[in-house]
Design a protein around this ligand. Structure first.
Ligand code: TYM
Length: 329
């Protein structure tokens, strides 16, 4: 079975619809056909200041959401990044291989550091390098992510190529697995920028009261005009709603456009609010059930971390050896 690996940060109290449609939905599907490793990127989360209590809580809430969305710990290895120390270890090797200019070109760093009011840490700068280590440790064939991660995957491939050519073949070159239709879900209030936890105006959260989500959807920014058509360039708001609707129901955008011929934006928004509520209600119930037993949750994660370490440890040992470190006994 080809291997997939991906990660998500536990930086908010809830994942949002962009995370789900852009990435997590693919994670769930791929566990059926691939050897799947998925993790909660708590080491990445501390690149901006975190309250320790909140981080610990959000890590468990993240795990509960992943399970509730359909990840099965018997089919996927579902772990927490900090519990697999090899991530931090390989990350250092990769940092020593990365050019300063190369790291400076990462657009997500430029965006995030420009937005941040407090001091920008070095960890935010080296963040994509650790992401490369995350991926390379597992010799992943594919990395299911949203469009915003594409550049980090290119860096990953560049670093793997560099390591392999300097020290001998060690890492597999991973391919991004990006589903075009839902690769970028847009903010409901600003449909030209991506839905994002760091710009929360029009973000639909999986764990908020669905009534609130329905209200956000009803007040989503749409365009002048009345006709419901898919036209991302000129009708970004309506097109975004159609993409979300289609992804949640499995009906094609074309079929939806036909369904809504002669109807108005209000109808579409009201119906989409209901579709989302129907999707998210059982997910929320399941999250609550998992969170009611944090000890069991921690046990699932610990078991997975052990499995992850077996794979990651082998790759790290090989990389250490290739780089010229002494064997560890
Ligand atoms: P993060 O936590 O920001 O987001 C998790 C996943 O959600 C996708 N995503 C979106 N997809 C479509 N539309 C959107 N509006 C949207 N917003 C977010 C992201 O593309 C991502 O797939 N750097 C990563 C975490 C990470 C990682 C890794 C991923 C760390 N190490 C190794 C893959 C492999 C991040 O911050 O994702």
């Amino acid at each position: 079975r080809p291997r997939v690996l991906s990660g998500i940060q536990p930086t908010a109290a809830s994942f949002h619809l962009g995370n789900y449609l852009g990435a997590l939905r693919q994670w769930v599907a791929l566990q059926e056909t691939h050897d799947a490793f998925y993790f909660i990127a708590d080491l990445h989360a501390i690149t901006v200041e975190q309250d320790p209590k909140v981080l610990r809580h959000n890590t468990r809430v993240s795990a509960a959401q992943l399970l509730a969305l359909g990840l099965d710990p018997d089919r996927s290895t579902l772990f927490v990044q900090s519990q697999v120390p090899e991530h931090a270890q390989l990350s250092w090797l990769m940092q020593c291989l990365t050019g300063f200019g190369e790291a400076s070109r990462m657009t997500q760093f430029k965006d995030k550091s420009a937005r941040q009011e407090s001091q920008v840490g070095v960890g935010l700068f080296t963040y994509p390098i650790m992401q490369a280590a995350d991926i390379l440790l597992y010799q992943a064939h594919y990395v299911p992510v949203g469009e915003d991660q594409r550049q980090h995957l290119e860096l990953t491939r560049d670093l793997a190529t560099r390591f392999n050519s300097r020290y001998g073949k060690t890492f597999r070159l991973p391919e991004p697995y990006i589903v075009k239709d839902t690769a970028k879900i847009f903010d409901l209030q600003d449909p030209t920028s991506k839905m994002s936890k760091s710009v929360p105006a029009g973000v639909v959260e999986l764990l908020e009261d669905p009534k609130r989500s329905a209200k956000k959807i009803r007040s989503a920014v749409t365009d002048t005009g009345r006709e419901i058509v898919y036209d991302p360039a000129d009708k970004a708001g309506v097109s975004n709603l159609l993409v979300i609707y289609s992804a949640l129901t499995g009906r094609t955008v074309d079929a939806l456009v036909e369904d809504y011929a002669g109807k108005g934006y209000g109808d579409l928004k009201k119906d989409l609010g209901e579709v989302f509520t129907e999707f998210v209600t059982p997910v929320q119930e399941s999250v609550a059930a998992y969170l009611a037993d944090p000890a069991e949750l921690d046990k699932i994660l610990a078991r997975s971390a052990e499995r992850a370490r077996e794979v990651a440890g082998k790759t790290l040992a090989r990389a250490y050896d290739k780089m010229g470190f002494l064997p560890t006994g």
